[in-house]
Ligand binder design. Sequence first.
Ligand code: PNS
Length: 160
Amino acid sequence: MRTALYPGSFDPVTLGHLDIIRRAAALFDRVTVGVLYNAQKPSGAFSIPERLSLVEAVCKGLPNVEVHAFEGLLVEAVRTCRADAVIRALRTSADLEIELQMARLNRQLGGVETLMLAASPQVVHISSGMVREVGRLGGSLEGLVPEAILPRVTQALHQE
Ligand code: PNS
């Protein structure tokens, strides 16, 4: 059974993330979406339980996808869930620079292979940071986050 770990902050999960989760689920037997966090430096708009709950809600129709939180190094998360590879998304050439560095570092630290998927054109402009900004300023998040979580994310960010 081939398994992949798709790690990220998911603060919150977006339609861009969902695009990658669906495509990874079609490539691998099992995909673990990993909400990574650093207990020493808690940050973000959504708590870890909230992020997990939002990712779970959008992955409901995907039987080979599971969601877990991991604290610390990515290579440790890969070991814990026995993943064969890490999945990351590429939106821009700036992403590529950062992702190449992370991929090489993770290969050195734990022999971890990283597969990079090119973000689909319809969602390439979407990021969690942009979602947070638009939401906090009272804008519509339709078309940025999955329908299933639109009211929850909108309400949480509008209230900030
Ligand atoms: O969605 P993001 O914010 O781009 O995700 C980045 C993330 C969480 C995947 C990255 O910061 C990470 O792997 N953090 C775990 C700590 C770690 O292993 N750092 C060294 C290798 S990059």
